[in-house]
Design a protein around this ligand. Structure first.
Ligand code: PEP
Ligand code: MG
Length: 763
């Protein structure tokens, strides 16, 4: 009998090893193939592989031929238990010619092993690691020879690496399964508490935009139908492509019309991909071989996502989101035959880090709300979301990324609340709030062209503008001009510097739309937390104290001059005011003002039409500027107090850091005193002064500001109706008295008491 064994061949046959992989479609399958090949070559009736489970400290039967298959995965042996356990414990082959009567034999009830007289077990080792035991059995007594022992040992050694890899992978899959189970079992909180970075409320279905997994998960069910169940034909696919193309073209045109200032051709990557025959061709090829269109889309999109995500070029990595968006759109168009809309309408997007351009894009794609998980909010992210009227919350809780796709969510941005599966009571309240909110048309109808206090003082209300799309509201709400145009947004959202010409067109639009009203254009305020992705900006530990705003533009004169020339050219015939952010010395102001004069001269010399002498102003937003407020008032044509930064720098409290947000207090005595000094200095030289930070629209602070003499407020346009109404109830004598009392109190709590502010918690 022993002659029929063919084990020498097995040891040498690489081709046979490769064949094992070819016939394999899963790991258990692979091990199954191994036992059948070994059994064949050893001419044995039974072959088994036991793998060592390090965690449980047990051998587990993982593959078998010739015994009861039900025991696979269930039969467990301790090290030393039975002949198999002994082989592992003693790290040597055990060859029993009459197994059942051998010392150490342990019968396993139901396995019916007794009929196999011979048993040969060899440990599988990888270096010092115990991988498992390879066992052959046969009914004939004394069946396995010395030669067989060597052969089986050689086979064990030959397969050790592969079997160990299989074992590791099986463990990995088990861990992943376990994690998935735990994730599913983990109770999802019904409320996530975060920070609202814009305003408003939203009700919609969760769409977690994560990595590749999330796309796969998302595409399991898209447009209400499971991808695997969407049959569709080749012609449906062609229609879906045509519809996607038409939708993207419309979206692109609408976008450029409304948001041309911050980005152009933002959907171009998707349009190009859609038109790329390689991309759609890969899908088509699969469909031709019989694959369902939806599956073909998912496969190709996933391949592209992987390629983009692996790229070392960050610009290409960003494109992974574009492919996902495109895949989502094509699938929606495949799912609903005649849909006009394949956007994120009705969806609340949950995502990790966000680029400013993503926010603009998601808004254009009609997302109902945005939840950013982890990653601090930066001021431009929140300003953008607010300007786009996109409800947005930032959360520091990774569990939000595990919210199931399609879960109903309710966002209450003003309170930073994200409700998961809101109950009927919450929904009713939500509807109530929505009904109570006045529409922009109702609000606009109530706004008067001139603003006065209840006691008759004239107050000028100006608009802060970040995006051109906000100008319409500024007109409707009768803003008396633009007190702050944050010129950095076109720089931040685009992927390269806007040219002088592009900037000129943007500024000219602001000026023309404001029809003769004063327009204050602020020069570039980048640095701090507003970074330009395409320009190497040294990012050090304290970016807010670094090369920010006027410091940046004074260092990069060419960028500054391009911008100033664009502003001066756009300002022809207008009431143009140019303002420098973050002035911290008289020297900086004078240097910057000199660059404006130089640009005027240059334009004049070249005969280019421009505004020859715009008003030039300084923002007062650092303690150093407060100290020199009299000199600045004397020098500058106007002052504008940036209270957002003033509070941050006076109090040394990062305006974007959630953990110290309770210390970011606009009514802190030091802030109040700084404000009084600035206003007094401006009055001394009759220099026009305005407040343009959020304090200007903080109702609690209005009496103080009016009381110390402020008469011009520039604010988020949406706040104008509310502030105008609040001012109508304000009496200047009372405001003066309150301001004096506030200034006389050195403690925060006493001021809070005066303002009727009750603190919920102080940390
Ligand atoms: C401010 O600091 O108050 C301000 C208006 O400017 P920004 O918020 O853009 O820094
Ligand atoms: Mg500022």
């Amino acid at each position: 009998m022993a002659f029929r064994k063919n084990n020498v061949d097995l040891i040498c046959s690489i081709g046979e090893l490769a064949g094992m992989f070819e016939r394999t479609s899963s790991l258990p399958d692979f091990l199954g193939t191994v036992v059948s090949v070994v059994a064949y070559h050893m001419n044995a009736a039974v072959c088994s592989i036991y793998l060592w489970d390090d965690e449980a400290g047990e051998l587990v039967l993982r593959a078998n031929q010739g015994l009861n298959a039900e025991y696979i995965g269930k039969l467990r042996l301790k090290s030393g238990q039975g002949l198999v356990g002994m082989a592992l414990k003693q790290l040597r082959p055990i060859n029993a010619g009459a197994a059942a009567s051998s010392p150490g034999f342990a019968a396993i009830p139901g396995l019916d092993e007794e009929r196999f007289q011979s048993l040969l077990a060899v440990p599988i080792l990888r270096g010092l690691n115990r991988v498992g035991v390879l066992v052959v059995q046969d009914p004939q007594q004394d069946y396995f020879s010395e030669h067989d022992i060597k052969a089986l040992q050689a086979i064990g050694a030959q397969l050790a690496t592969t079997i160990e890899n299989a074992k590791l992978l099986m463990n990995l899959y088990r861990e992943v399964e376990q994690e998935e189970k735990e994730r599913k079992a983990a109770k999802m909180p019904s409320l996530f508490k975060g920070a609202g970075v814009s305003n408003g409320r939203a009700l919609g279905k969760a769409n977690v935009l994560g990595g590749l997994d999330a796309f796969l998960q998302l595409t399991q069910e898209v447009g209400g139908a499971r991808v695997s169940e969407q049959n569709g034909e080749a012609q449906d696919f062609e229609h879906a492509l045509t519809r996607s193309l038409a939708q993207l073209e419309t979206l692109q045109n609408d976008f450029d019309e409304h948001h041309g200032d911050v980005a152009s051709l933002i959907f171009s990557a998707q349009l190009l991909m859609l038109k790329d025959s390689q991309f759609s061709g890969a899908m088509r090829n699969r469909i031709e071989t019989g694959m369902r269109p939806a599956e073909a889309v998912v496969q190709v999109v996933n391949e592209y996502i992987q390629v983009f995500s692996r790229s070392k070029n960050p610009r290409l990595q960003e494109k992974a989101q574009d492919v996902k968006d495109l895949g989502h759109r094509i699938l929606l168009n495949l799912g609903h035959g005649e849909t006009e809309q394949a956007d994120y309408e009705g969806e609340i997007l949950i995502t990790g880090e966000l680029l400013p351009s993503d926010i603009v894009k998601f808004s254009a794609e009609r997302a109902s709300g945005l939840v950013m998980v982890g990653g601090g909010s930066s001021s431009h992210v929140s300003i953008l979301a607010r300007s786009l009227d996109l409800p947005m919350i930032v959360l520091n809780d990774d569990r939000a990324l595990n919210i199931q796709q399609g879960t109903r969510l309710l966002m209450d941005v003003d309170h930073g609340n994200l409700f998961v599966e809101p109950d009927e009571e919450l929904l009713a309240k939500h509807r109530e709030v929505l009904e109570a909110e006045k529409s922009a048309a109702e609000l606009a109808a109530a706004v008067r062209p001139c603003t006065e206090t209840g006691s008759g003082e004239r107050v000028v209300l100006l608009a802060n503008i970040n995006l051109l799309s906000e100008l319409r509201l500024a007109q409707r709400f009768k803003a008396e001009g633009i007190g702050l145009y944050r010129s950095e947004f076109p720089f931040i959202v685009r992927s390269e510097f806007p040219s002088e010409e592009e900037q000129y067109r943007i500024y000219r639009t602001v000026i023309e739309r404001m029809e003769g009203h004063p327009v204050t254009l602020r020069t570039l305020d980048v640095g701090g937390d507003k970074m330009l992705s395409y320009f190497p900006m040294v990012s050090k530990e304290n970016p807010f104290l670094g090369l920010r705003a006027i410091r940046f533009t004074l260092r990069h004169r060419d960028i500054f001059e391009d911008q100033l020339r664009a502003m001066l050219r756009a300002g022809v015939g207008a009431d143009l005011r140019i303002m420098f952010p973050m002035i911290s010395s008289l020297d900086d102001y004078q240097l910057a003002a000199q660059v404006v004069h130089d640009c005027c001269e240059d334009l004049a010399r070249r005969g280019v039409l421009h505004h020859p002498n715009p008003m030039i102003g300084a923002m007062v937003e650092t303690p150093s500027a407060v100290e020199i407020a009299p000199e600045l008032s004397h020098e500058a044509d106007f002052l504008c107090v940036g209270t957002n930064d003033l509070v941050q720098y006076v109090l040394a409290v990062d305006r974007t850091n959630e953990s110290v947000s309770h210390m970011y207090l606009p009514y802190h005595p030091s802030v109040l005193r700084s404000l009084r000094r600035i206003v007094e200095a401006a009055n001394q030289f009759q220099t026009p002064l305005s407040i343009c930070g959020q304090m200007a629209s903080d109702e609690r602070m209005l009496p103080f500001l009016l009381g110390i003499g402020v008469r011009t407020l520039s604010m988020d346009t949406r706040m104008i109706p509310k502030i105008q109404a609040a001012l109508a109830t304000l009496h200047i004598d009372e405001a003066r008295t309150l301001a004096a009392e506030m200034l006389a109190r050195p403690r925060i709590v006493d001021i809070e008491e005066l303002l009727g502010i009750r603190k919920e918690a102080n940390a």
